[in-house]
Design a protein around this ligand. Structure first.
Ligand code: FE
Ligand code: CA
Length: 539
């Protein structure tokens, strides 16, 4: 089947044909450990070097702090020791031995009322990252946390536990975002997210991009390294991103819930299938390296620690009786594209019931989770657009690296939601570097069919830079898709949500530019979904 050239494919290709850029990120100050730590040997395994015995010539907390996956009694605290964050070996300037990292969690940001503290082991096998799963906390509470290693103290982070199960919650405020391509622009949305003071930040994929610095033409910010292939490459790309002060501040401001999309590994891969014929190593090897580096750099529970090319990322977060998030992994378990990759005419193969976006286990888990949920709002947080975008009729053309490529899988989920009467389903999505607000229909071919749920697709933080051309390309298709309530292809930003028992309100927040270090932001559009009535209403 011939692959039809597409705006998205052309955009990706353009990036791989670009000229070499000299220079480095310009943010690395070479450092070394002033004193070699003493290796303490235990029962055949090196034990963590006690806190205080390491002397750092400069702070090892160059990548900031983060927290995530709040439960009513627990939250994960993250940091990674990296005094020289882009050291060639991917170990951040750390010695190849475990190091003790003290952590403190307090009621106040002056750390006068310490609630819990302890020492975690930062091991070279996980690039000296720590993922502390603090348990026994009070529900619905704000806490402050920090880390110490040697004589160095990390920045302070603020986090929050989820409300107690079943408790009446009258409000949840969160932001969601995706697609932060470092070289395409500054992350100018994050200061606005911090200023909004959300309870949570949800990040929906493309946390990094795997392209080679040599392929860049006119980068807004230079990156170092080739096309990512091995673990040290992925580690240093994550580290480059994590040195961004605005990203660090957003992580320090609130707990994050993250899932991935394709670029944490390689462009538009599907499970075991890779479309990139320039891929430097096998998709299995890319998954091994990409998944490990992803785990090492994000505030995930140790239960998400990968094993080889496998990582448990799909999970649930519940906010009292108000909202439950089913956080999906829409990459790892996919079957190959049922009717080919790219912009393709849909064929009967699209409706093969063996095709899947989530894999059968995750699909059963999702449908069961929706059935079991007692929440008023049921959020499906996931990577790629669920609503249909018909490109043209006769033959009917769709972009297949989205649920449009897996329509039987989409039908199974929407049919389940409809037949079980799931309470207020809302899908939040990243990936497209565009904003869409979609009514999810019982039949997208029938404008008058039931609206089953509502989808909000967030634009990119920086990917495509300012403009980018998607407005001109996709804009003319929108009239073919009357269930699409809003489309914008050229602006960068995030979405801000306020959930109450009566309504889900979204402000589509857009920045003026990602080409300068700071930017104003403003509300481009606002929508409400009323309790009990699927579909978005523009305010
Ligand atoms: Fe992206
Ligand atoms: Ca993507």
């Amino acid at each position: 089947m011939a692959t039809i050239q597409t705006a998205r494919a052309a955009f990706e290709k353009r990036l791989t044909r670009r000229s070499v850029v000299a220079g480095s990120a310009g943010l690395v100050v070479a450092t070394s450990l002033a004193g070699r730590p003493t290796r303490v040997l235990g029962q055949g395994t090196p034990e963590a070097t006690p806190v205080g015995t390491l002397g750092f010539a400069s702070s090892p907390f160059t990548l900031g702090v983060a927290s995530g996956d709040p439960l009513p009694d627990s939250v994960v605290l993250w940091t990674r020791l990296a005094p020289d964050p882009l050291a060639d070996d991917g170990l951040g300037g750390m010695p190849g031995m475990p190091v003790g990292v003290r952590w403190e969690l307090a009621d106040d940001d002056a750390f006068r009322q310490i609630v819990q503290s302890g020492t975690a082991t930062a091991s070279p096998t996980l690039a000296h990252s720590v993922h502390v799963d603090v348990t026994g906390l009070a529900p619905g509470r704000t806490y402050f946390y920090r880390f110490m290693a040697g004589n160095e103290v990390s920045p302070t982070g603020r986090t929050r536990t989820a409300p107690a199960p079943g408790t009446a919650v009258d409000r949840l405020r969160f932001a969601f975002a995706s697609c932060q391509k470092y070289e395409d622009g500054f992350f100018t949305s994050y200061p606005h997210i911090v200023a909004d003071d959300p309870d949570l930040v949800v990040f929906l994929g493309d946390y990094i991009y795997e392209y080679a610095s040599a392929d860049l033409d006119d980068p807004v910010r230079a990156i170092t390294g080739g096309k990512l292939a091995v673990l040290s490459d992925f580690r240093n790309r994550h580290a480059t991103y994590k040195t961004d002060a605005d990203l660090q501040a957003a992580h320090a401001a609130a707990p994050w819930i993250v899932t991935w999309d394709d670029h944490e590994v390689t462009n538009d891969y599907s499970g075991g299938e890779v479309i990139d014929d320039d891929a430097p190593v096998s998709v299995t090897d890319l998954r091994v390296a990409g998944y490990q580096a992803y785990y090492e750099h994000l505030p995930l529970r140790p239960s998400s620690m990968p094993t080889g090319p496998d990582m448990q990322l799909y999970r649930r977060v519940t906010w009292g009786d108000l909202a439950e998030f089913q956080v999906l992994d829409t990459r790892q378990y996919r079957t190959p594209f049922p009717f080919g990759y790219g912009e393709q005419p849909r064929t009967p193969a699209a409706f093969d019931p063996a095709t899947t976006m989530t894999g059968p286990s995750q699909e059963r888990w999702l449908l069961q989770g929706l059935d079991d949920s007692a929440a008023r709002w049921n959020v499906i947080a996931q990577g790629v657009m669920m609503g249909e975008l018909l490109h043209q009729g006769d033959p009917e053309i769709y972009w297949t690296d989205a649920w449009d490529g897996y329509p039987d899988a989409r039908n199974r989920i929407l049919s389940h939601i409809m037949s079980r009467g799931i309470s207020n389903p809302v899908v939040i999505t990243g990936d497209w570097h565009s904003t869409f607000v979609n009514d999810l229909k019982a039949s997208f071919e029938d404008e008058d069919s039931l609206t089953v749920g509502t989808e909000f697709v967030v634009t990119s933080i920086s990917s495509n830079g300012d403009g980018g051309g998607y407005q001109d390309y996709y804009g003319p298709m929108i009239p073919l898709n009357p269930h699409i309530r809003l489309f914008d292809g050229d602006r960068r930003g995030y979405q801000r949500v306020e959930v109450t028992p009566d309504a889900w309100r979204v402000d589509v927040q857009m920045v003026d530019t990602v080409l300068s270090e700071t930017s104003a932001a403003s509300t481009f559009a606002s929508f409400v979904v009323e309790n009990g009535t699927a579909g978005a209403q523009q305010l």
